[in-house]
Design a binder for this molecule. Structure first.
Ligand code: X8Z
Ligand code: ZN
Length: 581
C-alpha cells in the first residue's frame, strides 16, 4: 500500500500524483470487498466491506481537506480540475470523531443488507417473496386487495431502517460540514460544475419543460384505471393510488400497459414472450446488448466480464439483486451484477448496465480522478440512449420480431415508452428533493414519512394506501435510499438520453421521426458517442455534452419532439376530462 501523506507535498502536481495512486489502490480494495459482500451477504462480508469503505472514505476525506489549501497554487488547468474534483466527487465524507467513519460505513452496509434481505409472505403464497417476487404481483395482479398487500408487505421491510437512517443523516452531515458544505445535500448538489443553488433551479427548469406532458399522461392513465377499478379507488380528479401503477415505487407504469393500451391497437408484441419462447439464456440476453455496442465500433467486453459477472440470483445465499455495473480495477475488470429474468424489462436493464461498462472502458485511459462520467446523469444515460434505438425495426432486423408482429402504429409504441420514461420523471426528481430537505434539517425524523408522501403526491400525483404513519419509513423501501445512492442522476439521465439520441441518430444520417430512428450499425454515431465517453470527467460537463450533441445546456426539447405524436393523441383523448390532481 502507498504511504499515507503524513507530510503533504506542497507541490500540487506531486500531491495529486500521490493522491491518485493512493485512491486507486484503496478503491480497488473497497470494490473487491464490496463485490464479495454484494454477491454473498454474511456478517463477515458486511464487516469487511464496511471496513474497506471506511478506509477509503477516510483517506479521500483527508485528501479532499488538503486539496483545498492547494487550489490557488497551480497554473495547470488539468491539476486545477483534479483538485476541484477531489473536493466534491465523493458521496460520503468521513466525520473525524473517533470511530465515526466506521460507524457511518457500518450503517450504510446494514441498511443495504436490510433491503437485500427484505421478504414478505403474502396470504396464500407458499413462500416469502423478495422485492422481485412482490413486484411481479404488482405488475400482474388486477385484484386491489392483493396489490395493496404486496405493496404494504414490501414497505414494511423498511421500518427497522428508520433509526439507522436517522443516525446516518447525522454522521453524514457532520462529515460534509468538516469540508465546509452546509450539509450532505449541498455536497450532492455541488457536483454539476455550477453553484449548488443554481443546480436545484436547473432541475426545476427541466421539470417545468416536461410537466404538461406528464400531466396529460397522468390524466389518461387515471381515467383508464378509474374505468377498471371504479371511482371509489381511483377518483376522477385526485391522485392515483400508488399500488395500482404496476411498480413498487410507481416509477415506471409500463407493467400495466395491457390495461392502458389504446382501443385501436393493432397486433401487439411481447418481447419477453419471444425471448422466453426461444429459450434465450441470461448470457445470450447480455450478448444482445454487447452486440449493439459492437455495431457502433466498440471493442468486445473482456473474457473476464463473462467469467466474473453475476447474471442470475445464485441459489442458497443472500445477494444484492439490484442491478449494477462494476469497474473493479479501473482498467479492464468490468462486471455486471444482476438477478436477471428473461423479460422485456431486463432486456432494457441489460442495455442500461452495459452503457455503464462501455463508459468505464472508454475513460480508462484518463488519469484516475477523471475516470468518471461528465456528471452522474451522463453515466446513467448512455445505456438508455442505446435502448432508445431498440425500435421495432431494429428488433425485426436482428430477427427477434417478424415484420408482421411488430407494432405498425406509433401510438401504442410511444405510449409504452412514455409509461416507462415520462412516468419516471417526477419520481426521479422527488427522491432527492426529499433527501435534500432531510439533510438540510428542514424535514426531521418526526416528519420523514408524512413529508415523503406530501412531496410524492405533489410531484407524481399518486397517493399511498390509507393509514401510513411515522412508524413507517417508506423512503427506505427504495434501494437508493437504503444504499445511500444519489438519485437526481436518473432524472437528468431521462432528459439527457433523448438529447443524446437525437444527436446520434442525426449523426447516423437519419432524418425521420425520432421514435422510429435507430443508430444500430452506425460507425458515425459510435464515433460521436465515444468522443464524449473518452473525456471522462476531464472537462466540465457542458464540454462533454457539446462533443456529442453540439449543445451546451441540458434540454428536454428532444424528449418533447420524440413524444410529440403522443402528446397530440393524449390531448385528443383527454378532451373535456380533468387534468391534474
Ligand atoms: O438503479 C437503476 C439501475 C442501476 S444504476 C438499474 N435505475 C434506477 C432505478 O432502478 O430506480 C435505472 C433507472 C432508475
Ligand atoms: Zn445505472
Amino acid at each position: 500500500m502507498s504511504e499515507p501523506l503524513d507530510v503533504p507535498p506542497a507541490d500540487p502536481a506531486e500531491f495529486l500524483d500521490q493522491a491518485e495512486r493512493s485512491l486507486l489502490e484503496l478503491s480497488i480494495q473497497a470494490n473487491r470487498a464490496d463485490w464479495i459482500y454484494c454477491t454473498f451477504i454474511t456478517p463477515d462480508t458486511e464487516e469487511l466491506t464496511s471496513l474497506a469503505a471506511a478506509r477509503l472514505m477516510t483517506a479521500a476525506t483527508d485528501l479532499a481537506k488538503r486539496s483545498s489549501a492547494l487550489r490557488g497554487r497551480t497554473r495547470s488547468p488539468v491539476d486545477a480540475r483534479k483538485l476541484e474534483l477531489l473536493r466534491r466527487s465523493f458521496t460520503l465524507i468521513a466525520p473525524s470523531g473517533a470511530g465515526e467513519a466506521e460507524e457511518l460505513s457500518r450503517l450504510s452496509s446494514a441498511m443495504q443488507a436490510l433491503y437485500a434481505r427484505g421478504r414478505y409472505q403474502p396470504r396464500g403464497s407458499p413462500a416469502p417473496l423478495d422485492v422481485q417476487g412482490l413486484s411481479r404481483i404488482l405488475e400482474t395482479s388486477r385484484d386491489p386487495a392483493s396489490l395493496e398487500e404486496a405493496w404494504s408487505g414490501w414497505h414494511a421491510i423498511a421500518r427497522p431502517m428508520r433509526s439507522d437512517f436517522t443516525r446516518y443523516v447525522e454522521l453524514a452531515n457532520r462529515g460534509a460540514r468538516e469540508l465546509d458544505y452546509p450539509d450532505l445535500g449541498a455536497l450532492w448538489r455541488a457536483k454539476y460544475d455550477m453553484p449548488a443553488d443554481d443546480f436545484a433551479r436547473e432541475a426545476g427548469r427541466l421539470w417545468d419543460q416536461v410537466r404538461p406532458l406528464y400531466r396529460s399522461l397522468h390524466a389518461y392513465v387515471r381515467r383508464r384505471l378509474g374505468a377498471r377499478y371504479g371511482p371509489e379507488l381511483v377518483p376522477d380528479t385526485g391522485p392515483i393510488p400508488a399500488f395500482l401503477l404496476g411498480n413498487m415505487w410507481a416509477q415506471s407504469w409500463a407493467g400495466i400497459y395491457p390495461l392502458l393500451a389504446p382501443d385501436t391497437e393493432g397486433p401487439s408484441w411481447d418481447l419477453g414472450a419471444v425471448l422466453r419462447e426461444r429459450k434465450t439464456t441470461p448470457q445470450e440476453l447480455v450478448r444482445y446488448g454487447e452486440r449493439f455496442f459492437l455495431s457502433l465500433g466498440f471493442e468486445p467486453l473482456p473474457a473476464t466480464f463473462w467469467e466474473r459477472s453475476m447474471f442470475v440470483r445464485p441459489p442458497g445465499r443472500d445477494v444484492v439483486c439490484h442491478a449494477s455495473a462494476w469497474d473493479i480495477d479501473y482498467a479492464d475488470d468490468l462486471r455486471l451484477k444482476m438477478c436477471l429474468e428473461i423479460s422485456e424489462e431486463d432486456f432494457f436493464v441489460v442495455h442500461h448496465e452495459l452503457g455503464h461498462n462501455f463508459y468505464q472502458r472508454a475513460y480508462a485511459r484518463q488519469p484516475f480522478l477523471f475516470r468518471e462520467s461528465a456528471h452522474d446523469g451522463f453515466h446513467e444515460a448512455i445505456g438508455d440512449t442505446i435502448a432508445l434505438s431498440v425500435t421495432p425495426e431494429y428488433l425485426t432486423a436482428i430477427g427477434l420480431l417478424d415484420a408482421t408482429s411488430g407494432p405498425t402504429d406509433d401510438i401504442p409504441y410511444l405510449l409504452r415508452r412514455a409509461l416507462a420514461k415520462l412516468a419516471f420523471l417526477p419520481f426521479g426528481l422527488v427522491v432527492d428533493e426529499w433527501r435534500w430537505r432531510v439533510f438540510s434539517g428542514d424535514v426531521g425524523p418526526e416528519r420523514y414519512n408524512r413529508t415523503w408522501w406530501e412531496m410524492r403526491t405533489e410531484r407524481q400525483g399518486i397517493a399511498p394506501p390509507p393509514g401510513r404513519s411515522e412508524a413507517d419509513f417508506d423512503p427506505g423501501a427504495k434501494f437508493h435510499v437504503a444504499s445511500g445512492t444519489p438519485y437526481m442522476r436518473y432524472f437528468l439521465a431521462h432528459i439527457l438520453e433523448f438529447q443524446f439520441h437525437r444527436a446520434l441518430v442525426r449523426a447516423a444520417g437519419s432524418s425521420g421521426p425520432l421514435h422510429r430512428a435507430t443508430i444500430h450499425g452506425s460507425r458515425a454515431a459510435g464515433e460521436r458517442l465515444r468522443s464524449m465517453l473518452e473525456l471522462g470527467s476531464r472537462r466540465e460537463w457542458p464540454d462533454a455534452l457539446e462533443a456529442a450533441t453540439g449543445e451546451r445546456r441540458m434540454d428536454a426539447a428532444a424528449l418533447l419532439e420524440y413524444f410529440a405524436p403522443l402528446q397530440r393523441w393524449l390531448d385528443h383523448e383527454n378532451q373535456g376530462a380533468p387534468v391534474g390532481w
